[in-house]
Design a protein around this ligand. Structure first.
Ligand code: CA
Length: 248
């Protein structure tokens, strides 16, 4: 298990040199290393060859656009990808394209916020790896492994249909569990209400987008009681919801 963010290597694919440099500065301050590509032409092969821990990818690039790069990389690699889009209106379209990106930021974005998203995705991935390495042990042991790695907090066990926060059961309903599980498995990734209906309630034709809001509200209430105000679900205005790793 890696110690916090030390050793994480990020690839920044951004054609605006000043923006790329700012992102790199913030990543460096957070203890991560990074490299910059200023165009899309050889991006896919460079990512596959260099194997960064995460890719920050601009949509509008000379050479090859970010969407094509995202698709091609995703066909061959699970490396987390954060897409930078030029406008918030573009986000809906991108979400509909199912590109397999893990998160999206809209320009102009705060570099601090971007680094927080990078950390959330990488921490979550480390947690999943910790759980996978203890997959034959029981849930308690997996949780201990995660705790030992400094990743105490929310824990969702699909085998047992249980969600705990610092070991305390949240007692979610089946629907609430299904919904949270979808968000939890792709931290940072923004899901639209329509996507959540499709993924969590495909067996029920009578579910409307509004129902998602109600379930999310109930999950938040239960979590707030158990975890003194911690919220792990981020509302994305006009789009939907995403899971955010709580700071522990
Ligand atoms: Ca650009």
């Amino acid at each position: 298990m890696r110690d916090a963010q030390a050793g994480w290597h990020i690839m920044i694919i951004e054609d605006e040199p000043s923006l790329a440099a700012i992102i790199q500065d913030y990543l460096t301050q957070a203890g991560m290393t990074s490299e910059i590509l200023h165009e899309g032409h050889r991006a896919v092969e460079t990512i596959l060859k260099r194997k960064p821990d995460l890719v920050i990818l601009d949509v509008m690039l000379p050479g090859m656009d970010g969407l094509s790069i995202c698709r091609e990389v995703r066909a061959k690699s699970d490396v987390p990808i954060i897409l930078e889009t030029a406008r918030v209106e573009e986000l809906d379209r991108l979400l509909g394209l199912e590109l397999g990106a893990d998160d999206y930021v809209c320009k102009p974005f705060s570099p601090r916020e971007l680094v927080a998203r990078v950390k959330a995705i990488l921490r979550r991935q480390a947690k999943v790896q910790a759980a996978a390495s203890g997959v034959l042990a029981d849930a308690e042991a997996s949780r201990d492994a995660a705790n030992a790695a400094g990743q105490d907090g929310l824990w969702l066990d699909e085998e047992r249909w249980s969600v705990t926060y610092n070991g305390q059961d949240l007692a979610l309903t089946r629907r609430e569990f299904q919904l949270l599980a979808i968000l939890y498995k792709r931290p940072g990734r923004v899901f639209s209400r329509a996507q959540l209906v499709e993924l969590a309630f495909s067996d029920d034709a009578d579910v409307f987008d509004r129902v998602i809001d109600t379930h999310i509200k109930n999950i938040r209430t239960k979590l707030r009681k158990q975890a003194s105000g911690v919220d792990v679900i981020r509302s994305v205005y006009g789009v939907g919801y995403a899971y955010e790793e709580p700071d522990t």
